[in-house]
Design a protein around this ligand. Structure first.
Ligand code: SF4
Ligand code: SF4
Length: 437
C-alpha cells in the first residue's frame, strides 16, 4: 500500500475558498443534526481544513471530526455556493493518512483489507466461504445468543452488520456475456464490485436478468477489480488510482453503450476516475471517456424504453436515497420512476429520504455509535410511512437498513430497485409456467 504526501492529495485553496460560511448546509448534515456541534457540521469541518491548510497541526481532535463525517455529501446538495465537499473531505482524509502514524496492528489490518482482501477474488472467496460456514454451522447464532462479543467493545454491534455470504458467488460470471432477451437494443458492461461478488451475488444476478429483459447484451468484463471507493473514502487515493487504472485497462468504453454498476457508492467513485487521474497523462483521457459511459443501473434503465411486461408486486414501498446516488451523482427521479412503473406497487415518499441511513461504506463499522444513532432516526421515519417494503439503490444501504429493521422495524423487506423489477419480471414467467403446467 503506497501512501504519498503530495501537495495534490490535500484540500486545495480553490475548493476551500468556495465556502462563504453561510451555514445553509447545517440542517442537511446528519452528524450536526445528531450532535448540534459546529465542529461536526460541514461548515465547521471546512473551517478546520482551512486552519490545517494555513499551517495548523493535524491534531487528534481534527482527525476525529473529519472521520466522524459520513462523507454523504448531503451538504454538497444543500450548498448554494457550489462547495464540492466530497472532494474536500476525501482530500482531507488523504492528507491525514499521509501524516498520521497508526499503531502497527491498525496498519496491518488496513493493509490486509485495502491492499489485499478487496483486490483479490481468491481471498474474497476464502473469506466468503468462512463466513458461510460461520452462518451455516450455527456458530453465528450461538455467538449472538451468548453475547460474548459484548466484551469486545462494539464488536457485537459490528458483527450484526457483517454482510452475509451468498454462495454460489458471482465471481464465476466474470468474463462471461449474457445475451439480450429478444432483439438486442444495447450492449452494456457490468461492474460486479468486490465484496458484492460474495455478499450480493443474487442482486448481481438479478441485475443481469433485468438488463437482459430490457434488450441488453450484458458483458461482465474479465480483469475488472474493486472500484477503489472504499480506498478513496479512507484517504488511500494512490491505492484507488492503481485500481482505477486496472479497471480502465480491462474495459474499453468504446465497446459499450454504457458501463453499469448497481452500487451507488461505487458509481460515484467510478464517475470520478477522471478527477482521481487528472494528473496522469497516460490515463486521463480514457478516464474521461469511461466517465461518459458510466451509469448507475437505475439511471440507465429509466432512460431507455422499459419493458412493461411485469406482473404486479403487491406492496406499499418507500424509497431511501443512497447518498452517493443522490448527492454524489445527482440521480433522484430515475429509481422512483422505475418503482412507480411496477404494477401493484404503491409508492410512498419517505420523509428525509435524502438524509443518510448511516451506512456510508464501512462508516457503520468504524463509527458504529454515530451510525446507529443516524439509523435510529431513519427507522422512525420509515415506520411512519407504514411501508412493508424499503427500497434503495446501494448494497451498503441495504445492509444498514436490514439492521435497522431488526433493531427498530416491523419486519419490512429491504430490496434494491432492480430486485423489485426482477420480482415483477419473474412474476410474468411464473404465471406463464403455471398456465403451461
Ligand atoms: S459549505 Fe456551502 S452552505 Fe455550507 S457554509 Fe459553506 S458555503 Fe454555506
Ligand atoms: S458529508 Fe454528510 S456528514 Fe459530512 S459534513 Fe457533509 S452532510 Fe455532514
Amino acid at each position: 500500500m503506497v501512501v504519498l504526501d503530495n501537495k495534490l492529495d490535500r484540500p486545495q485553496q480553490v475548493d476551500l475558498d468556495r465556502c462563504v460560511h453561510c451555514g445553509l448546509c447545517l440542517n442537511a448534515c446528519p452528524t450536526y443534526r445528531e450532535l448540534g456541534v459546529e465542529m461536526d457540521s460541514p461548515r465547521g469541518r471546512i473551517y478546520q481544513m482551512v486552519q490545517v491548510h494555513n499551517g495548523a497541526p493535524i491534531t487528534p481532535a481534527y482527525v476525529e471530526h473529519i472521520e466522524l463525517c459520513l462523507a454523504c455529501r448531503s451538504c454538497e446538495t444543500a450548498c448554494p455556493s457550489g462547495v464540492q465537499y466530497g472532494r474536500l473531505v476525501e482530500a482531507a482524509r488523504a492528507h491525514i493518512e499521509s501524516q498520521m502514524v497508526r499503531p502497527w496492528y491498525a496498519r496491518a489490518f488496513r493493509r490486509f483489507i485495502f491492499g489485499h482482501l478487496l483486490q483479490s477474488p481468491a481471498l474474497l472467496r476464502i473469506a466468503g466461504a468462512g463466513l458461510y460456514l460461520y452462518e451455516l454451522s450455527g456458530l453465528q447464532r450461538l455467538v449472538r445468543a451468548s453475547g460474548v462479543l459484548k466484551a469486545f467493545g462494539n464488536l457485537a454491534a459490528v458483527e450484526q452488520l457483517s454482510p452475509p455470504a451468498e454462495p454460489p458467488f458471482f465471481f464465476d460470471k466474470i468474463g462471461k456475456t449474457f445475451p439480450a432477451e429478444g432483439a438486442r437494443r444495447h450492449r452494456v458492461a457490468f461492474l460486479a464490485g468486490c465484496i458484492a461478488n460474495v455478499s450480493f451475488a443474487r442482486l448481481n444476478e438479478a441485475t443481469v436478468r433485468v438488463l437482459q429483459k430490457n434488450g441488453c447484451e450484458v458483458v461482465i468484463p474479465r480483469g475488472q477489480t474493486c472500484c477503489g471507493a472504499l480506498h478513496v473514502h479512507s484517504g488511500l487515493r494512490e491505492d484507488a488510482r492503481k485500481l482505477a487504472r486496472r479497471n480502465l485497462d480491462a474495459i474499453d468504453p468504446g465497446d459499450y453503450d454504457a458501463i453499469l454498476t448497481n452500487a451507488a457508492g461505487c458509481g460515484s467513485t467510478l464517475k470520478e476516475y477522471d478527477e482521481l487521474l487528472e494528473h496522469d497523462s497516460a490515463y486521463r483521457d480514457r478516464a474521461r471517456e469511461f466517465k461518459r459511459k458510466m451509469r448507475d443501473v437505475t439511471e440507465f434503465l429509466a432512460a431507455i424504453e422499459l419493458n412493461p411486461d411485469m406482473a404486479p408486486v403487491e406492496a406499499v414501498a418507500t424509497y431511501q436515497d443512497s447518498c452517493h446516488l443522490l448527492h454524489g451523482q445527482k440521480v433522484k427521479l430515475p429509481p422512483r420512476n422505475l418503482l412507480k412503473s411496477v404494477p401493484g406497487l404503491q409508492f410512498k415518499e419517505l420523509p428525509y429520504s435524502d438524509i443518510c441511513c448511516g451506512s456510508a461504506g464501512i462508516y457503520n463499522v468504524l463509527q458504529n455509535e454515530m451510525a446507529m444513532a443516524v439509523l435510529d432516526s431513519k427507522m422512525q421515519n420509515v415506520n411512519r410511512t407504514r411501508a412493508g417494503l424499503i427500497v434503495t439503490a446501494n448494497p451498503g444501504c441495504m445492509l444498514q437498513l436490514r439492521a435497522g429493521v431488526k433493531l427498530h422495524g416491523h419486519n419490512q423487506r429491504v430490496l434494491h430497485v432492480v430486485e423489485v423489477l426482477d420480482e415483477a419480471y419473474r412474476g410474468v414467467e411464473a404465471s406463464a409456467k403455471r398456465r403451461k403446467d
